[in-house]
Design a protein around this ligand. Structure first.
Ligand SMILES: Nc1ncnc2c1ncn2[C@@H]1O[C@H](COP(=O)(O)OP(=O)(O)OP(=O)(O)O)[C@@H](O)[C@H]1O
Ligand SMILES: [Mg+2]
Length: 474
């Protein structure tokens, strides 16, 4: 039930009201003072003068905060508090206690009251405590939204992207993660090969076991063997302890051989032997240690060509290339750019400032560019724009100069290569077709590439369709 006062005050401040507070007390004067403070703080107000009414209110309205006296008729404030904790755990409770009953206040806090105020209270004290509760509720709400966003992030694990090409990659990852086949990940630099390798490991049955990345291009040639296979004490000068190799440390988990195309040929045969025999022999040791690892390899090199030219052993290639995951370059999946940009803005933004947004011209430029450095280059561009940007809205001028040039040069220049003179209308049609092709059929992105609004693009497409229809019936 709502008292007259409640109904009156409830909607007084509806314009700014966000959270709802329920005030429970049988003293009309307390209800009035608390209501005034709550309304002033931008809250919607409901009131009740008995615990029964209070429970009815809680049942019917989305209450966020409850302020209750402890000496309220029927069940009493402590029992009301207990029931709120049990049935409405999201409600923060501020308890009003009589002066000198600190013991009850302690009991209330133990039962889950968020805070308490002793009567007779100072209006300022109540206002301060109430506002703190509101802020805490807002923070909690923000966290909930963030968690929700994380859960529904447009991608798979750490991978962001909504394009059809990336969806296919996610499906493959899901499939192979349930098995132990070797996986070979191919793709240009910066396309996310390492993220894919991690996703395969962490969404699979070995996720609790080690994931050991080995950068084959960073291994010092003379040390590769001891790094990979480990060594026995006294194997060489300086080998004062026995040391486990990287392969052995991945036992039971995943060995990620990154940049496998850079592994020297003589090491390739040794690695192949290990993979076939499932055992390593540390340098200087006579013992063989059996190992059980899942192997994922990645490279941005064209391994098949390397095999043909003798730079990569064919037998090792066959061994690694059981399942192949090819990561498409970013220029072939431009529909992923907006979601990637959003996630990078969130990643690099100052957490105490409002999240920056991209102006239309900046997004147009980002979609027009060809991204030879793929997602890594995009990530760097956004990090730089956030760091150097002039305000909460990032404009094309905040983007690296390489993008400025490419866009003005026409990253998607629709002009025909020859000098032929083409009617404007035809040029426009070609530009639209090209933009649709580049955007993978996504009209919003195509419109951005063309620098026109989505509605204009729709209108023009309709126009062409009807022209085509007329042409066909003629
Ligand atoms: N789909 C994606 N979603 C989110 N971030 C991505 C994605 N792809 C790549 N990245 C980010 O881009 C950067 C490069 O990714 P990664 O290191 O996996 O690329 P790579 O293919 O291994 O490149 P390289 O061949 O140069 O080693 C990383 O910071 C990574 O977090
Ligand atoms: Mg890499």
């Amino acid at each position: 039930m709502t008292t007259e006062l409640g109904t009156l005050e409830t909607f007084k401040n509806q314009r700014t009201a966000s959270a709802t507070v329920l005030i429970v007390d049988d003293e009309e004067s307390t209800l009035r003072i608390c209501s005034d403070i709550a309304v002033e703080s931008g809250l919607r107000v409901r009131t009740a003068s008995t615990t029964e009414q209070a429970l009815e209110e809680l049942d019917q309205y989305p209450i966020d905060i409850a302020i209750t006296d402890l000496k309220v008729p029927q069940l009493g404030g402590l029992e009301l508090l207990r029931r709120i904790r049990e049935h409405y755990p999201q409600v923060s409770v501020l308890v009003l206690t009589q002066y000198g009953t600190i013991q009850t206040a302690v009991e209330a806090t133990r039962l889950g009251a968020t805070d308490y105020v002793t009567k007779p209270f100072h209006i300022d004290e109540l206002r301060r405590k109430l506002q703190r509760l509101i802020r805490e509720q807002e923070l909690d709400q923000e966290n909930r939204v963030l968690r929700e966003q994380l859960r529904t992030r447009p991608g798979y694990g750490e991978l962001i992207g909504v394009s059809a090409k990336m969806q296919r990659v996610y499906k493959l990852i899901e499939k192979v993660s349930q098995h132990n086949y070797p996986v070979l990940i191919l793709g240009e630099s910066g396309t996310g090969k390492e993220l894919v390798a991690r996703s395969v490991h962490f969404s699979g049955t070995r996720s609790q076991k080690p994931f050991v990345p080995v950068d084959c291009s960073a291994l010092v040639p003379t040390l590769i063997e001891s790094e990979l296979f480990g060594y026995a004490k006294g194997a060489f000068t300086g080998a004062i302890h026995t040391k486990q190799g990287l392969i052995e440390s991945a036992d039971g988990g995943t060995l990620f051989l990154d940049e496998i195309g850079n592994l020297p040929v003589e090491m390739q045969s040794k690695l192949l032997r290990v993979l076939q025999a499932r055992e390593v022999k540390p340098v200087g040791s006579n013992e063989r240690v059996s190992i059980e690892v899942r192997v994922i390899a990645a490279t941005n090199k064209d391994l098949e060509t390397a095999v043909r030219s003798g730079q990569f052993r064919q037998d090792l290639f066959f061994r690694l290339n059981v399942v192949q995951i090819k990561l498409p370059p970013l220029r072939e999946r431009k529909s992923d750019i907006p979601v990637l940009v959003q996630s990078f803005l969130e990643k690099f933004a100052d957490p105490v400032r409002p999240l920056p947004t991209l102006a239309e011209d900046a997004l147009t430029r980002l979609t027009a560019y060809d991204w030879p450095g793929n997602v890594r280059e995009l990530e760097n561009a956004i990090e730089r724009a956030v760091a150097l940007g002039s305000g909460p809205i990032l404009h094309s001028g905040d983007l690296p100069s390489s993008l400025q040039y490419a866009a003005s040069n026409g990253g998607t220049d629709p002009m025909p290569a020859s000098d032929e003179l083409v009617p404007l209308e035809e040029l426009e049609r070609r530009a639209i077709l090209r933009a649709l092709r580049e955007s993978g059929g996504d009209k919003l992105i195509a419109a951005r590439l063309l620098g026109i609004g989505k509605t204009t693009l729709y209108r023009k497409l309709k126009q062409y369709e009807s022209q085509l229809a007329r042409h066909q019936t003629a």
